[in-house]
Design a protein around this ligand. Structure first.
Ligand SMILES: CC(C)(COP(=O)(O)OP(=O)(O)OC[C@H]1O[C@@H](n2cnc3c(N)ncnc32)[C@H](O)[C@@H]1OP(=O)(O)O)[C@@H](O)C(=O)NCCC(=O)NCCS
Length: 178
């Protein structure tokens, strides 16, 4: 298995991976929603505001993760992880954790200070994320599942409170994703 940054030749295959994986785990409409989200993130986001990574096995994309910029009123270099998918038949083999750690290390090398995500706290705790309350860091949109708001410092510090609002990229700026 090879881990790497995605390239424009992977976009359709990545969209397909998200659609299929989320259809398998949460039904077809969620599959279509997340497949479209991944596609919109890749085609509509400035490259400065996006990092995408893939896991490749036998020349097929079997996993993908996307980070997009989260802007605060104060100056902080922060990215939000999501969506994340490992193809159904490759789950539970450690690939998700390897791919996320690979992505986080690349962000660190590029001087990103903070990473956030919104998802299952037990899974994301395995790759360094801890629960956050919105008094410490505000999420960009209203959360339907506040327990899923998670973050980590890539500078090995605690996350200090950040005052003011946060703003996600346009593709994620829809209530249905939150
Ligand atoms: C969630 C997902 C990305 C994990 O990737 P993976 O390669 O299967 O995970 P890993 O093998 O690296 O890690 C497995 C560990 O995570 C846990 N885990 C896996 N999927 C999980 C899930 N959906 N919720 C909670 N924990 C999960 C397992 O319990 C396992 O822990 P263990 O090793 O202590 O038993 C993958 O299963 C997936 O794509 N699922 C469908 C889509 C999805 O739910 N995406 C994430 C949204 S938050």
């Amino acid at each position: 298995m090879k881990l790497s940054t995605y390239n424009s030749g992977n976009i359709e295959e990545i969209k397909q991976l998200f659609t299929q994986t989320f259809s398998d785990s949460e039904g077809q409409s969620e599959g279509l929603l997340i497949g479209n989200l991944a596609y919109e993130l890749m085609i509509s986001t400035d490259s400065y505001d996006l990092y995408g990574f893939v896991a490749i096995e036998s020349e097929q994309v079997i996993g993908s993760i996307i980070f997009s910029r989260l802007v605060f009123e104060s100056e902080v270099n922060a990215f939000l992880l999501g969506p994340v998918a490992i193809h159904t038949s490759f789950q539970g083999k450690g690939i998700g954790q390897k791919l996320i750690n690979f992505g986080l290390n690349t962000l660190k090398e590029n001087e990103v200070e903070l990473a956030f995500t919104y998802g299952d706290p037990d899974f994301y705790a395995k790759v360094g994320f801890s629960p956050l309350v919105e008094k410490v860091v505000k999420a960009p949109l209203k959360l339907t599942y506040p327990e899923g708001w998670l973050g980590q410092s890539l500078l090995n510090d605690e996350i200090e409170p950040i005052t003011g609002h946060s703003y996600c990229v346009e593709a994620l700026n829809k209530p249905e994703y939150w």
